[in-house]
Design a binder for this molecule. Structure first.
Ligand code: C5P
Length: 220
């Protein structure tokens, strides 16, 4: 059976991951964090000490990229080859390298094919798939498609609260760099036709989860 797909896109710090995880739990659905897959690939590239802005080199190291990711909202460990990279993929080095890796078109095509297979073979009733181009490229026909947004200063504050050991100004700057770079590859700041905008600027986590659940419920 093909799982019901709930596609959620949005910029860094929009609350996508926390919201998606909670929505998945509430519905008994699987959860795929596509950003984690891109981060794992960037980590893999850094391990090979390649220049992550060199698309030929990126495609080359992608040849032996073996990603292990469970579509389980309560098990978000990420394995690359034999290594548990769950923590490593969240470091600032990876955050700074990921955009370069993600901008290689052939890389995106390969990784999108992998996402579709993972979802199709998940054996789940439904899957929340979260990223930047899920509503537009990966699953444009998903019955529920949502763009999660929030004001830039709210997003920076949320990110800083998550990674409290780092300087808030550094985080805001790094996030802006990443969004600027990412937005040249995929437009995740405007909703495509048929995509519902959920603006979480003035909503707490519970209220945002409720707003997303309401969109999903409206599809049946
Ligand atoms: O969601 P997160 O911020 O962890 O994503 C990390 C990076 O992965 C993004 O900055 C972007 O470069 C890339 N990405 C992407 N397409 C997606 C998901 C993430 O290009 N669907």
């Amino acid at each position: 059976v093909t799982p019901m797909i709930v596609a959620i896109d949005g910029p860094a710090g929009s609350g996508k991951s926390s919201v998606s995880r909670r929505v998945a739990r509430a519905l008994g659905f699987g959860y795929l964090d596509t950003g984690a897959a891109y981060r794992a690939l960037a980590w893999h590239a850094l391990q090979h000490e390649i220049d992550t802005s060199d698309s030929v080199a990126v495609l080359e190291v992608a040849g032996d990229f073996d990603l292990g990711i469970a579509l389980d909202p309560d098990d978000q460990r990420v394995r690359v080859g034999a290594v548990d990279a769950t923590e490593a993929i969240r470091t600032p080095d990876v955050s700074d390298a990921v955009s370069g890796v993600a901008r290689v078109p052939a890389m995106r095509q390969a990784i999108n094919a992998m996402f579709r297979t993972l979802v199709q073979d998940s054996g789940r009733r439904g899957v929340i798939v979260e990223g930047r181009d899920i509503t537009t490229v990966v699953f444009p026909d998903a019955p529920a498609r949502i763009l999660l947004t929030a004001a830039p200063e709210v997003r920076a504050a949320r990110r800083a609260a998550e990674l409290s050991e780092h300087d808030a100004a550094d985080i805001a700057a790094s996030m802006q760099r990443r969004d600027a770079s990412d937005s040249t590859v995929v437009d995740f700041l405007t909703a495509a036709p048929g995509v519902t905008i959920v603006d979480s600027t003035d909503l707490d986590l519970d209220a945002t989860v409720e707003a997303v659940l309401a969109v999903v419920r409206a599809t049946d």
